[in-house]
Design a protein around this ligand. Structure first.
Ligand SMILES: *[C@@H]1O[C@H](CO)[C@@H](O)[C@H](O)[C@H]1NC(C)=O
Ligand SMILES: *[C@@H]1O[C@H](CO)[C@@H](O)[C@H](O)[C@H]1NC(C)=O
Ligand SMILES: *[C@@H]1O[C@H](CO)[C@@H](O)[C@H](O)[C@H]1NC(C)=O
Ligand SMILES: *[C@@H]1O[C@H](CO)[C@@H](O)[C@H](O)[C@H]1NC(C)=O
Ligand SMILES: *[C@@H]1O[C@H](CO)[C@@H](O)[C@H](O)[C@H]1NC(C)=O
Length: 385
C-alpha cells in the first residue's frame, strides 16, 4: 500500500513537471549503497585516516568526538545516507572498523578535480584528487570481488557485485579547484580560463565510473565560495565588490561560472551515456539563500565562524578550529567552539555547521533544486529530457 502510495505521488510530481515529455519509468530506487567522491564538504574520514584526525571540537554536536568530518556534526552526505536508510559511509582510506557493504567514501578534505602540482604541506590541497579517487574506486571494485569469493569474515564487509550498478554515485567537488588558482595569485579571468579543463577531467571520471557499471549519479554544484570567511579573510575585495548580503561578488561569480559549465558538462554526459541517470543539484542557490536570509531562518550572523580564533570573522588561518598552544607548560585549545553551534551557519570559516547542513539537505531532498527535479530516492530514473 505504502509503495503504491509513494509511486503515485511521484508520478504526480513528474507529470506536473514534465508534461508533455514522455518518461521511461519512475520508481523508488532503493539504493543499496552510496559511493561518494569529493572534498571536505563530504569527507567522512578520508583525510583524517591519511594525514591525521580532524581535531576536537570537530564532531562535538552529533558524534561527541572527532569523526573525520570538518563540522560539529553531520554533513549532507550523512543526511543522504540516513534518508536511504543506510549506515554512514566509511572512508575508503579508513582501515579501522570500516564496513563497506553499503558503500564507500573516496572524498578527502582539500581534494580538487585536477591534480595539483604542490604537496599538502605547501598548499593544503589533498593529493587525493578526483582522478585518484576514481582509481581507488576501481581498485575497490576489483579487490572487493576477490574477497567476496572467499570464505571468511571480510566478505561480509564488502558489497555484492550487483551493488555497483544499483548504487548512487554522489559528487561534491570543485570548490578547491577555484581557490587553488587564487592561492597562486591568478586573476579571476585566469581562473575562469582553466575551468573548462577542470570540467573535462570531471566528465572523464564520470565516464570511467559508467564504464565500471555506475548508472545513477547525483552531482552537487559548487557553493558560493565568496560568502565564506576563509575566502573573504584571505582575498581582499573592495566595498563595491560586496553584495547586499555581505558576500564577495567576484568569488561568487567564479563559482557561478563553474556551475554554468558544470551544467553543460552534465548535459553532454547525458547524451554520451545512454543508460545513466544524472541529477544536477543546485546546492549553490540553497547555500546562498541560507546565508542571505540567515536571520529570518533563525540563524545568527552567517559570516562569523562558530569555531575559530578572533578577527572580524572569528577566523584566523594560522589558528584554525581546534588549534592549540602551550601556555605555562600546559596545552590549551585557542580556537574553540561557540556556545550554541546549532544557531550558527558557519562552523570554522570554511565549512557549514550540522544545523546548516540539515537545512540545506531538507531543501534538496525533494528534488526542487535538481535537474531533473527527481527526489533523492528516485534519482535512478533517467528522464527523457
Ligand atoms: C556490514 O553492514 C551490513 C549492511 O549494513 C550488515 O548487514 C553487516 O552485518 C555488517 N557487517 C558487519 C560484520 O558488521
Ligand atoms: C601541473 O603541471 C602540469 C605540467 O606542467 C600542467 O599541465 C597542469 O596544468 C598543472 N596543474 C595545475 C593544477 O596547475
Ligand atoms: C602571491 O602574492 C603574495 C603577495 O604578493 C606573495 O607573498 C606570494 O608568494 C605569492 N604566491 C605565489 C604562489 O606566487
Ligand atoms: C602563567 O604563569 C604565570 C606565573 O605563574 C602567571 O602569572 C600567568 O598568568 C600564567 N598564564 C596563563 C595564561 O595562565
Ligand atoms: C521541497 O521541500 C522544501 C523544504 O521543505 C519546501 O519548501 C518545498 O516546497 C518542497 N518542494 C516540493 C516540490 O515539494
Amino acid at each position: 500500500m505504502e509503495f503504491y502510495h509513494l509511486k503515485f505521488q511521484t508520478l504526480v510530481i513528474i507529470f506536473a513537471t514534465f508534461l508533455p515529455n514522455p518518461l521511461f519509468c519512475s520508481e523508488n530506487c532503493n539504493f543499496p549503497a552510496i559511493f561518494n567522491f569529493g572534498d571536505s564538504n563530504s569527507d567522512t574520514g578520508g583525510l583524517s585516516a591519511a594525514f591525521g584526525q580532524a581535531p576536537p571540537p570537530n564532531g562535538e554536536t552529533f558524534f561527541h568526538a572527532p569523526a573525520g568530518r570538518f563540522s560539529d556534526g553531520r554533513l549532507l552526505i550523512d543526511f543522504i545516507a540516513e534518508k536511504m536508510e543506510l549506515p554512514y559511509l566509511s572512508a575508503f582510506l579508513d582501515s579501522i572498523g570500516s564496513n563497506f557493504s553499503h558503500g564507500a567514501n573516496f572524498a578527502t578534505a582539500g581534494s580538487t578535480i585536477r591534480p595539483q602540482n604542490t604537496t599538502i604541506s605547501q598548499s593544503g590541497y589533498s593529493p587525493i584528487s578526483l582522478d585518484i579517487q576514481r582509481v581507488q574506486f576501481s581498485d575497490f571494485v576489483t579487490r572487493s570481488q576477490i574477497i567476496r569469493k572467499k570464505e571468511g569474515f571480510f566478505r561480509n564487509l564488502l558489497p555484492d557485485e550487483d551493488v555497483f550498478s544499483r548504487a548512487l554515485y554522489t559528487f561534491d567537488i570543485g570548490q578547491n579547484d577555484l581557490t587553488a588558482g587564487y592561492k597562486l595569485n591568478l586573476s579571476t579571468d585566469q581562473v575562469k580560463a582553466y575551468v573548462p579543463r577542470v570540467l573535462e577531467q570531471f566528465s572523464d571520471v564520470i565516464q570511467k565510473l559508467y564504464g565500471e557499471g555506475g548508472r545513477s549519479f547525483w552531482i552537487h554544484n559548487t557553493g558560493p565560495v565568496g560568502c565564506l570567511p576563509y575566502i573573504m579573510d584571505r582575498f581582499l575585495v573592495t566595498a563595491a565588490q560586496i553584495d547586499k548580503y555581505g558576500c564577495s561578488i567576484p568569488y561568487n561569480d567564479v563559482s557561478q561560472y563553474f556551475n554554468l559549465r558544470l551544467k553543460e558538462a552534465v548535459s553532454a554526459l547525458r547524451k554520451k551515456l545512454p543508460m545513466a541517470a544524472i541529477t544536477y543539484v543546485d546546492v549553490y542557490s540553497v547555500k546562498y539563500s541560507l546565508i542571505a536570509h540567515a536571520k529570518k531562518l533563525g540563524f545568527e550572523d552567517p559570516f562569523v565562524a562558530c569555531c575559530g580564533h578572533g578577527g572580524k570573522y572569528n577566523y584566523n588561518r594560522f589558528a584554525k578550529c581546534g588549534s592549540k598552544k602551550i601556555v605555562n607548560g600546559t596545552e590549551i585549545v585557542i580556537a574553540k567552539s561557540c556556545i550554541n553551534p546549532t544557531a550558527r551557519i558557519n562552523w570554522d570559516g570554511t565549512h557549514f555547521t550540522e544545523s546548516a547542513n540539515k537545512w540545506i539537505f531538507d531543501q534538496i531532498v525533494n528534488g526542487s533544486f535538481s535537474d531533473p527535479p527527481l527526489p533523492l530516492n528516485f534519482a535512478c530514473n533517467r528522464m527523457n529530457i
